[in-house]
Design a protein around this ligand. Structure first.
Ligand code: FE2
Length: 478
């Protein structure tokens, strides 16, 4: 994942050999290995004597318990998301950007093995040296990597062997999590690994959805009762005043480096839509010839529509007033009241032009979200699909800002002023992707609620559609 600073280990490290799936303690120690530049976790006051020492000890113990619990939760969720899958489901790769479930399970383990376990244990022998290349994603500084479009050709290790690999890594991590000295040094990497795995949990869901959509049998990921929304409140406009706002992360808690530095940003008066665009509204765009009228499209978007022969969002079928949609709950009738989903930036932008509006900038979105609670349809609710908005109390605040669908913004994914990625592999996490992508905000029905932040900047190329991506409109004040 990222390359630690050069190590200056001066003490030997001892570890126990582990049987697969066992959880053991280790006795080890080592020198600090890297600077926590990309992510930040809360720090604890340093105390040295008497009551203060006991307080520090209690804080460290609590921190260990918290991290241990968070680690176990995220690792267990990854495997529980797979509980309805068969081994054959877990090896398919439909397109280069879709990775097999098995690869996600292995890659997230590779992260912890590479950036925590290997660095903590000076005499560490890799579980399988070939995994270093096989399950590296894109970190040049971490060594060679397997060809991404060929991940679906990796029939070995088997799913069973991959799970065994995960459990071996878990056993090694357990020892580190129970060692307060190591915890102090590796907490930033462990917290990053937990957040990294949450990102891959979302990808596991969107990727298996694409895999199942290509299967004529249309497998169902999770059985869910079909709930069609009855009505949706009319779209209103929430005003926001012009001003110089602080944008970016501040305070404690984990965040990615692309969310800083916090900086000033001038925002003009604007209005933000009170809710997300619905399927029904998007059908109006389609029926008005939206996909066949170049005046609504960016040049590259119009080219892409022609090349890809887009006529509707991804996973829509039918047409002529009889639309169906493929979901993780199976193929079913399209609910016009649900937020439209699986649209590209090009489609979101074209719809906004057709509607006489525009997409918000990421700064406008962050300003609008500043005082809102983190409530929404996240993966924790296990609906695995965006839901219709039941009701809103007037239009004092935008609804559906969190969860349901990632909201395209008109902002190119670029560095904030004075942003500087860390050296080595650590800096490859976000910084090297700041070209030809757009920012999305707010999380989706596949995002863990604990993963999202108001300053969180997701990013994808403008033609990407397989994530849970939707539309919120904005407009200026004349
Ligand atoms: Fe990754």
């Amino acid at each position: 994942m990222y390359r630690p600073e050069p190590s200056s280990r001066t003490s030997p490290t001892k570890r126990n050999d582990l049987a697969p799936g066992t959880r053991s303690r280790f006795y080890l120690w080592h020198a600090p290995l890297f600077s926590p530049k990309v992510f930040v976790v809360p720090t604890f006051p340093v105390a040295s004597t008497g009551t203060a020492s006991r307080t520090l000890q209690n804080q460290l113990s609590k921190r260990s318990d918290d991290l241990d619990a968070a680690y176990c939760r995220v690792r267990e969720l990854s495997e529980s998301l797979c509980e309805t899958l068969q081994p054959e489901d877990c090896v398919v790769q439909t397109v280069p950007e879709v990775s097999p479930t098995k690869w996600h399970l292995a890659h997230t383990s590779w992260f912890f093995e590479t950036f925590v376990v290997k660095e903590a244990l000076s005499d560490y022998t890799p579980i399988n040296p070939q995994y270093a290349c096989l399950f590296n994603s894109y970190y040049n500084a971490a060594g060679k990597m397997h060809c991404r479009p060929k991940r679906g050709l990796i029939s070995r290790p088997t799913l069973s062997e991959t799970l065994e690999y995960r459990h071996k890594v878990d056993a090694l991590m357990e020892g580190i999590l129970e060692n307060e000295d190591l915890l102090e040094q590796f907490a930033p990497a462990i917290v990053l690994g937990i957040n990294h795995e949450q990102q891959h949990q979302e990808l596991m869901l969107t990727d298996i959805k694409h895999v199942f959509s290509e299967n004529p049998l249309r497998p169902i990921f999770r059985e869910r009762a079909e709930t069609m929304g009855s009505t949706v409140p009319p779209l209103g406009w929430v005003p926001f005043q012009a001003g110089v706002y602080q944008i970016g992360h501040a305070g404690e808690g984990f965040f990615y480096d692309n969310e800083e530095p916090r900086h000033r940003q001038f925002v003009e008066d604007f209005h933000l839509a009170s809710r997300l665009v619905t399927n029904g509204e998007y059908i109006e765009f389609i029926e008005d010839g939206g996909y066949h009228r170049p005046e609504f499209w960016l040049s590259l978007g119009w080219y892409t529509v022609g090349e890809q022969r887009w006529e509707a969002p991804l996973y829509w079928e039918g047409g002529d007033g009889n639309w169906s949609i493929f979901t993780l709950n199976g193929l079913r009738e399209l609910d016009k009241n649900e937020p439209v989903c699986h649209v590209s930036y090009f489609e979101a932008d074209a719809f906004a032009r057709w509607a006489g509006a525009r997409l918000p900038t990421e700064f406008e979105w962050e300003v609008a979200a500043a005082d809102l609670p983190y409530a929404g349809n996240f993966v924790d609710k296990e609906s695995f699909h965006p839901r219709p908005l039941d009701d809103i109390a007037g239009v004092q605040a935008p609804a559906q800002m969190f969860g349901d669908v990632w909201e395209w913004t008109s902002s190119s994914y670029s560095p904030y002023p004075a942003y500087a990625p860390a050296a080595g592999a650590l800096g490859e996490y976000n910084g090297k992707f700041m070209c030809n992508q757009y920012v999305l905000r707010g999380g989706s029905c596949a995002t863990s609620q604990s993963h999202i932040r108001k300053t969180y900047r997701n990013f994808f190329p403008p033609n990407a559609r397989w994530q849970f991506m939707g539309i919120r409109l904005a407009k200026g004040v004349a």
